[in-house]
Design a protein around this ligand. Structure first.
Ligand code: SF4
Ligand code: SF4
Length: 296
C-alpha cells in the first residue's frame, strides 16, 4: 500500500471557473510558467464589467477568511455565518467555505459587488485575484519538492482576453498581490494536495478520513478563534512541543495560529513530523501500546 503513495500527484487549487457556462470547459489546456506571457486586462471600460461577480464559484482559503473578516471588522465566525456557504471541495472531498452568491439558485450577485466594482477589492479572495489564471501544484514521484504551474481560464463572457495587454504570469501575480496569500495558505494547499492523492488511495493507510477529522480540518481552515480556544483550552500545549515565544505569539497572531493548525493537521492526518509530541506523552503512549500488546 505504502509504495502507492509515492506516485505523481497533481492538484488544481484555484481552478474554479467564476461563472459556469454551458458548452465545455473554459480551461485552456496549456501549462504556463511564471515567465510565460498572456494577454488580458480587466478595467471598468469592458462591456462585461462585473459579469464575473455573479454566480461566481469562489472557494475561500484560510487567509481569504482572515483578510475579509478584518476588512469588514468582524470575527471569522460572524463572517462565515453571514457571507459563506459550507461546501465540499470535491477533488479531495474536504469541507471548505465558499462565498455565498445572491439569488435562490446562487446565480445572483456576490455580496460585495457594486456598480463601481468590488467593494472589498484590497482584501478580495485569492480566487478573484488569480482569475483568469488557475494554479495547480504537481509533485512528481522522484522529485523532492512540489512544482507550481498556471493555466488560463477563458470564459466566453470575459472580454478581458481581447485586450492587447501582454504580461508575464509573474507580473500578473505580483500586481494582483497573490504572493502574500500563497505564503500563508501553503500548508493548507499541501493538505488538500495530499488529501487528493489519498482520496484515490482510500485515505491514510487505506482508511477513509473520518467525519471528525474533516470537521477539525474545517475548523482549522475557517475559524481561528475556535482553533485558539482549542489550543489554549485543552491539553494541546501539554501534549506538543511549542516554544514559549511561539505560544505568546499565538495569543494574538492569527496567521501564526494558522501555521500551527496546518502543522498539527499534517501530523494528525498524514503522520508528518511537522509537530513534535512532548517526551513524557510519547513515552506514556508507547507504554500503553506495549501494555495492550503484552510486549515488555
Ligand atoms: S469578492 Fe469582489 S471580485 Fe470577488 S466575486 Fe465578489 S465582488 Fe467580485
Ligand atoms: S473582463 Fe473578465 S474579469 Fe473583467 S469584469 Fe469582465 S468578465 Fe470580469
Amino acid at each position: 500500500m505504502m509504495e502507492r503513495l509515492d506516485q505523481n500527484t497533481k492538484t488544481e487549487i484555484f481552478s474554479d471557473v467564476r461563472n459556469e457556462e454551458a458548452g465545455g470547459t473554459p480551461v485552456v489546456p496549456v501549462q504556463h510558467r511564471p515567465e510565460d506571457s498572456f494577454s488580458f486586462r480587466c478595467h471598468r471600460g469592458v462591456s462585461c464589467w462585473n459579469m464575473c461577480c455573479h454566480g461566481a464559484d469562489v472557494t475561500l482559503t484560510p487567509e481569504c477568511i482572515l483578510r475579509l473578516s478584518r476588512h469588514l471588522n468582524v470575527r471569522p465566525r460572524e463572517f462565515l455565518a453571514q457571507y459563506t456557504v459550507p461546501a465540499m471541495w470535491e477533488r479531495a472531498e474536504m469541507p471548505v467555505a465558499k462565498l455565498k452568491m445572491g439569488g435562490e439558485d446562487g446565480k445572483g450577485p456576490c455580496p460585495f459587488v457594486r456598480a463601481e466594482g468590488c467593494s472589498v477589492y484590497e482584501n478580495r479572495p485569492a480566487t478573484c485575484r488569480y482569475y483568469p489564471l488557475g494554479l495547480a501544484t504537481v509533485k512528481l514521484k522522484d522529485a523532492e519538492n512540489k512544482d507550481d504551474f498556471y493555466f488560463l481560464v477563458r470564459e466566453a463572457h470575459c472580454r478581458g482576453h481581447e485586450e492587447s495587454f501582454a504580461q508575464t504570469v509573474a507580473a500578473f501575480r505580483h500586481e494582483q498581490g497573490v504572493e502574500g496569500y500563497d505564503s500563508v495558505n501553503r500548508g493548507w494547499m499541501d493538505i488538500l494536495m495530499k488529501a487528493v492523492s489519498w482520496k484515490v488511495l482510500g485515505g491514510p493507510y487505506g482508511k477513509e478520513m473520518t467525519p471528525q477529522t474533516k470537521k477539525m480540518f474545517f475548523m482549522v481552515s475557517t475559524d481561528v478563534d475556535a482553533l485558539r480556544q482549542f489550543i489554549f483550552g485543552t491539553k494541546f500545549l501539554d501534549t506538543y512541543e511549542v516554544a514559549p515565544e511561539a505560544v505568546k505569539a499565538l495569543e494574538t497572531d492569527d496567521e501564526a495560529l494558522l501555521h500551527l493548525g496546518f502543522d498539527w493537521m499534517k501530523n494528525v492526518l498524514f503522520n508528518e513530523k511537522t509537530i513534535v509530541m512532548k517526551r513524557h506523552i510519547l513515552q506514556a503512549a508507547v507504554a500503553q501500546i506495549r501494555e495492550g500488546t503484552g510486549a515488555s
